[in-house]
Design a protein around this ligand. Structure first.
Ligand code: PAF
Length: 303
């Protein structure tokens, strides 16, 4: 499937001002550096991102730095994972600021390929995962996970890291990508990146910049609602169905334009659950103003 849209031009990085960070844009340049490190006996980690880096990304970078010797961060706003009515054109692009943050965090390499290099004319391949992508974000964003699994397969083949990290905020994406690596025998270890919240409790996201102060107040009801559902279920105070119904009603009453899903699922497989006999997770996608926000929290039933 060819890319659906081509994003607007990106800001070039001020490479001269960087202390340590190198920037590469092509697969041969990326591979050459990674190969040099591997030949020297160093382990390499990859943090795939779409840029607009915030402290959640930097926390994931730090987490990965503790697991390997050299870190590569990729920045690529992947047109293939955006639907026709989604925010591809307006998605924040700020490579120069991102590069400065990565440099400050001690990252060695930024890989920032162009859309034309990632999807050259005639590109026809899609990597697609069945079943796990049929519900929640997969149902709401048709084709989204095909775009994610295709680009992540490419990034892993391009970079060939020893370790890769994906954030837990996109919990379904993390589950899908673990399956991708397992099913295709890709020789990389997948690490789950800790979900980071702003001080007020909102899960960090590049899309939070779209929120007005009023919308942000509404958005804060999302983590509060998840925490209440998790707490009530952990305490055995209510059933899954009742907790979810109450949570959904609360979010709409609080001002969310739409609750696309609010579900309790198995923590590991993301299959539907009817009781809390195994660790579970409550997951949500809601629209606040024009911004789609996702979040999740673990539910640890008392043993
Ligand atoms: O989570 C993201 O930022 C993106 O989906 C990813 C994994 C970088 C693929 O484009």
């Amino acid at each position: 499937m060819p890319p659906k849209n081509v994003p607007s031009a990106e800001t070039p990085s001020p490479a001269g001002k960087l202390k340590n960070l190198q920037i590469v844009r092509t697969v041969p340049d990326l591979r050459q550096q990674v190969q040099e490190w591997k030949t020297a006996g160093l382990t390499v980690g990859l943090v795939p991102t779409m840029g607009a880096l915030h402290h959640g990304h930097i926390s994931i970078v730090k987490q990965l730095q503790a697991e390997c010797d050299r870190v590569v961060v990729s920045i690529f706003v992947n047109p293939m994972q955006f639907g026709p009515s989604e925010d591809l054109d307006k998605y924040p692009r700020q490579e120069a600021q991102d590069a400065a943050k990565l440099d400050e965090a001690g990252v060695e390499l930024l890989y920032a390929p162009s859309v034309e290099d990632m999807y050259p004319p005639g590109f026809l391949t899609t990597v697609s995962i069945d079943k796990l992508t049929d519900y929640m974000c997969g149902a709401m964003r048709p084709g989204h996970f095909d775009g994610v699994t295709t680009v992540v397969t490419k990034l892993l083949l391009q970079c060939q890291p020893d370790v890769v990290i994906f954030g837990e905020k996109d919990y379904q994406q993390l589950t899908v990508l673990k399956r991708l690596v397992r099913d295709l025998d890709i020789p990389v270890r997948v690490v789950a990146g800790r979900l980071v919240r702003d001080e007020d409790g909102l899960a960090t996201s590049s899309r939070n910049v779209y929120l007005t102060p009023e919308e942000r107040k509404i958005a804060l009801e999302i983590p509060k609602t998840l925490a209440k559902i998790a707490h009530d279920l952990e305490q055995g105070r209510t059933s899954i169905a009742a907790a979810v119904k109450q949570g959904r009603n609360h979010l709409i009453a609080a001002g969310c334009k739409e609750v696309q899903y609010l579900e309790v699922r198995d923590d590991e497989t993301l299959q539907e659950v009817h009781d809390l006999s195994r660790p579970c997770r409550v997951l949500v996608a809601a629209i606040v103003g024009n911004t789609r926000l996702i979040d999740n929290m673990p539910i640890r039933p008392k043993s």
